[in-house]
Design a protein around this ligand. Structure first.
Ligand code: ATP
Ligand code: MG
Length: 149
């Protein structure tokens, strides 16, 4: 099952992130795929704010992983430059630290992704419009999509 949602503005994307956040659970993993500037970081920022994280969320392009604390922990990853990093960052260990993990450019690390996860593919339509395709893997994520959409 795939769920397609078009957002016509930044605000509508923020609303979508808030709706998904309201169904969060420990060890939730959200995989974001989409071109440069499609809205992966914007989605993550809105999700973080909705989790009660006050700290400014910055794109973790160079650090790869950033950790925040709100109602739950948030692990924000951007794996775009992962191949330039020589050390093992222990990415998969984050999936069971009881927080929420959001991964930008998750399509670059298919072998590291957990079996159960929410994949979100973002397509740019024009300056202000995006299509979000939600693909749930596993029952929990299917239920989440059903209640969010
Ligand atoms: N409907 C929309 N949803 C999300 N972002 C939108 C929308 N309309 C316009 N935008 C703009 O698109 C840009 C998205 O940038 P963002 O940094 O979130 O992209 P990204 O996918 O994280 O890019 P990168 O791959 O460089 O990390 C922002 O400038 C935002 O204002
Ligand atoms: Mg980004």
């Amino acid at each position: 099952m795939e769920y397609k949602i078009t957002t016509n503005s930044e605000e509508e994307t923020i609303e979508l992130a808030q709706n998904i956040e309201s169904e969060k659970f420990p060890n939730m993993v959200i995989c974001l795929e989409g071109d440069l500037g499609s809205g992966k970081t914007l989605f993550t920022k809105a999700f973080a704010r909705s989790m009660g994280i006050k700290e400014n969320i910055t794109s973790p392009t160079f650090n790869i992983i950033k950790e925040y604390i709100g109602e739950m922990k948030l692990f924000h990853m951007d794996v775009y430059r992962l191949n330039e990093v020589k050390e093992d960052l222990g990415i998969v260990d984050y999936f069971n630290k009881r927080g929420v993990t959001i991964i930008e450019w998750s399509d670059l690390i298919p072998d590291l992704l957990p079996k159960n996860r929410l994949e979100i593919k973002i397509r740019v339509i024009d300056e202000n419009r995006r299509v979000f395709v939600l693909v749930p893997y596993g029952q929990k994520y299917e239920e989440l999509c059903a209640s969010v959409i």
